[in-house]
Structure formats: structure tokens, C-alpha cells
Design a protein around this ligand. Structure first.
Ligand code: PLP
Length: 450
């Protein structure tokens, strides 16, 4: 029972340095979050000692009495957090990540080589939505299914719903996937439902990025239109790293969806802890989300169901909006010219800079951002030409940023954790100040990158 610092000071020291990095710098990566202390406690608990394959009350190991109670509680909280009626919706809380949740959902909804359509990766879609290149089918979702991507309107950079409907009439997909990794605008789920219905297709939303904002009802509701909704639990939802699959239980078409989803998660995609299949860049693992992670998810879902969550999500959107407005005011180009959610996609091409370079300079200044392709990008995934950092900068980066945090940006941490409580730092005015501070700091990054 000796603490980590005594048993392994080396690992403790690395954790301390990372803690300092996260709290002293400006963490602006849209797919990350600072989870609560309560969630981390649950996620690091004694539950890690337990195997719990199978479903509650139908396990393949003994001693799961309390794990069953936990998983049922987590399911209940998942439905509550998203305002769902348990007569209409069910949820599987076992996928160990967003990628495995998506592959399990495809396995449940489709036969091998069935057709699906998802937003193309270069336009902000995710690898697991059927991505392939002209040279290679490198993701499980394109190896095992026939995929045709849809895209953005080149003028507006918004989803081209008309083009999507036109291509769907030719391709006749069995599944339409919406949701994205890098799309700063909300979705028209009604339009997608209409197209799906034309072909008797399923509609699935992957809300990995926006689930925390959807739980707060700050964005359109995918549950009103979709058959299946998947999400990660660690982005705007602020939980530990895992995935969820929601499925409809009502209607003739969905009557056996519960069993198909549950069977797809285990045993189709997840089994014993000892084997992990890696299918190119999309991972399909056999590791069942461990009970300690389900405990962490349950805690995060409880927090996302409380009134303070609404204020938190509102402020996240307000901060991102203020950041976007400020950058546009300064004459910079953003994809779609702004944002509806938590994500800002800055087109650096007019500045002659690559995302990779700006990301690296940001790291040196304690501002954590990530490169990404923008629509029409010829420089795949925002990667630069791979010039290594000079040695002094590498050293600066490796050293803990002692006292080097960006004080002015402090207010941006609406999700900063103090004494175990979600701390929302003031109203819209403060959010705008924080957004402006972030914009100013990002400008410094640009100057240095240039
Ligand atoms: N779906 C979307 C839209 C994502 O952005 C991501 C991750 O970034 C995933 C799925 C995959 O989630 P994970 O990294 O947990 O596998």
C-alpha cells in the first residue's frame, strides 16, 4: 500500500511534470479535456483488479456483484445525461474507445461489404467513418465495408447536404454516418434522416467531439433523428478515455438492435484481455472497457447531468466563439469563418505556414494546439515538411516550463478543477476576455513560427 512516489519515484516524477504542463499551459486541443478529480479517483480505483466480460448478471467471471451494479448505474446515467427515455433508447457502456465503439456499431448495423457514407477525412471526418485513399484501404471501416465519402461545399465549407443526397441516390448506402473530428458547425440531422429514409438506410451520429455540448442541449439533438449514436467519453464530455454506443429500441427496424449492438461489442469486437488486433490505423481491440473506467464514466455522466453542466457547456461555446471572432477581426481565415461549437479550425495557408510548424512553436510557448487538415488541403493532415527543431528549442521543450505558464490566459480554463468542483469562471464577458487572450497568445505563436 505504499504510494506511487515511494515505490516508483521515476514514474511519479513524469506524472508531476505532465501535471505541471497541463495546468500551467493553455490546453486548446478540441479533442482533449481536463477531467474532474472525482472521475480520476474512480478511474484509478481498486476496480482495476476485476475482469467482467459479458453483460450485467451474465458474466464469464465470478465476483461481479458490485461491477454489475456499477454498469447498470452507468447505463442509467448515460440515458439521463442525454435526456433519453429508457423505453426508446438503450446504451452499451463497454467500448474501450471511440474507434472500437464505431467499429462495433458498424458490425451491428451492417453485413460485411455493405455500403456506408461518412464525411471524408480531409473534410473533417474520422478514420472510422470509411476512410481510404486512392492507394489504400487502410481502415477497418473501408476494408470490411464499401465506403463513399461525402464532403463540404467548397464555397461555404459547410456540409454539402444536396451533393450528399445526390450521391446517395447513386450509391444507395445502407448506413449514413454523420459527426466529425474537425467540423466547427452544427449538423442538420433532419436533412440526413430524409436522405437515409430514401434508401431505407440507418442513420448513425458519431458525436465524439460534441457530446458534452449535446448533453447540455447547446447543439442540435441527434437522438431525435438517428438510430444509433456513438461517442467518446473524454472530449467535451470530460470523462475517462472510452466510448459509448446508444441504440434505439423502438420501431420495427430497431427491434433487435439492442442484441446486435451488445453482441457486436462482446464477443464480436472485444473478448479476452490478452489479444489486441490492430487493423492498420483504425484499432479494433479485444480489451473490454475495464470496470474502473466504467466507474469514471459514471462519475462524468453524473456531472454532465447537473445544472452546472449547462453553464459549463455554454461557456465552452462562448469561449470558442470569442476566440474565432477575435481571429477573424484580425484578418485571419477560419474554416467556415467561425464556429458553433468548441472547435476552431484556422486555415494557415494564406500565411504560408503549416499547422505542424505552428503546433511546434505553440508547444515551446506552453500553448497546446493540434494540426489538422483544412478543406482542400494538399498538405495531408496538416503535416509540415518535417524540419526538426533546433537543439536549444528541443531542450526548452523537454524542460518543465517552470513558472512559464501564460498568466493572461488563466481565465480560459472554464473547466479548471478546484477542490473537486467544476469551476465556471464568470459569464460571457469573461469568456470573451479569455477568448481574446487566447487569440493574442496564438498571434505570438504565429509571429515566432514565421
Ligand atoms: N470519432 C470521432 C469523431 C473522433 O474525433 C475520434 C477521435 O478523435 C474518434 C471517433 C475515436 O476515438 P478514440 O480516439 O477514443 O478511438
Amino acid at each position: 500500500y505504499a504510494p506511487l512516489g515511494e515505490i516508483d519515484p521515476e514514474v511519479q516524477n513524469i506524472i508531476d511534470k505532465e501535471t505541471w504542463r497541463q495546468y500551467s499551459g493553455l490546453e486548446l486541443i478540441a479533442s482533449e479535456n481536463l477531467t474532474s478529480r472525482a472521475t480520476m479517483e474512480a478511474n484509478g480505483s481498486i476496480l482495476t483488479n476485476k475482469y467482467s466480460e459479458g453483460l450485467p448478471n451474465a458474466r464469464y467471471y465470478g465476483g461481479n456483484e458490485w461491477i454489475d451494479e456499477l454498469e447498470l448505474l452507468c447505463r442509467k446515467r448515460a440515458l439521463e445525461a442525454f435526456h433519453l427515455d429508457p423505453a426508446q433508447w438503450g446504451v452499451n457502456v463497454q467500448p474501450y474507445s471511440g474507434s472500437t465503439a464505431n467499429f462495433a456499431a458498424l458490425t451491428a448495423l451492417l453485413q460485411p461489404q455493405d455500403r456506408l457514407m461518412g464525411l471524408g477525412l480531409p473534410d473533417g471526418g474520422h478514420l472510422t467513418h470509411g476512410y481510404y485513399t486512392a492507394k489504400k484501404k487502410m481502415t477497418a471501416s473501408s476494408i470490411y465495408f464499401q465506403s463513399l465519402p461525402y464532403g463540404l461545399d467548397p464555397q461555404t465549407q459547410l456540409i454539402d447536404y444536396e451533393g450528399l443526397a445526390k450521391h446517395a441516390r447513386l450509391f444507395k448506402p445502407r448506413l449514413l454516418i454523420c459527426g466529425a473530428s474537425a467540423y466547427p458547425r452544427d449538423w442538420d440531422y433532419a436533412a440526413l434522416r430524409k436522405t437515409a429514409d430514401e434508401h431505407g438506410a440507418y442513420l448513425m451520429a458519431d458525436i465524439a467531439h460534441t457530446s458534452g455540448l449535446i448533453a447540455a442541449q447547446e447543439l442540435n439533438d441527434p437522438f431525435a433523428y438517428c438510430d444509433v449514436v456513438t461517442t467518446t467519453t473524454h472530449k467535451t464530455l470530460r470523462g475517462p478515455r472510452a466510448g459509448l454506443i446508444f441504440f434505439r429500441k423502438d420501431g420495427e427496424k430497431n427491434k433487435d438492435l439492442e442484441k446486435r449492438v451488445n453482441d457486436a461489442v462482446f464477443p464480436a469486437c472485444q473478448a479476452a484481455h490478452t489479444t489486441t488486433y490492430v487493423l492498420s490505423s483504425s484499432v479494433v481491440s479485444t480489451v473490454l472497457t475495464a470496470p474502473q473506467t466504467i466507474a469514471g464514466i459514471a462519475v462524468a455522466l453524473l456531472q454532465a447531468s447537473q445544472p452546472s453542466w449547462k453553464a459549463y457547456a455554454k461557456q465552452v461555446v462562448s469561449n470558442a466563439g470569442a476566440l474565432a471572432d477575435e481571429l477573424v477581426k484580425e484578418g485571419y481565415k477560419l474554416q467556415t469563418g467561425g464556429t458553433d461549437n468548441h472547435l476552431v479550425l484556422w486555415d494557415l495557408r494564406p500565411l504560408g505556414l503549416t499547422g505542424s510548424k505552428v503546433e511546434k512553436v505553440g508547444d515551446l510557448l506552453g500553448i497546446t494546439i493540434n494540426k489538422n487538415a483544412v478543406s482542400g488541403d494538399t498538405n495531408a493532415r496538416g503535416r509540415a515538411h518535417g524540419r526538426a527543431l533546433p537543439a536549444p528549442q528541443r531542450a526548452a521543450r523537454a524542460a518543465p516550463a517552470e513558472g512559464g505558464g501564460l498568466e493572461a490566459a488563466e481565465g480560459l480554463f472554464v473547466h479548471a478543477e478546484r477542490d473537486g468542483e467544476v469551476r465556471v469562471t464568470g459569464g460571457a464577458r469573461e469568456a470573451q476576455c479569455a477568448g481574446r487572450a487566447a487569440a493574442a497568445h496564438l498571434e505570438q505563436v504565429l509571429l515566432l513560427a514565421d
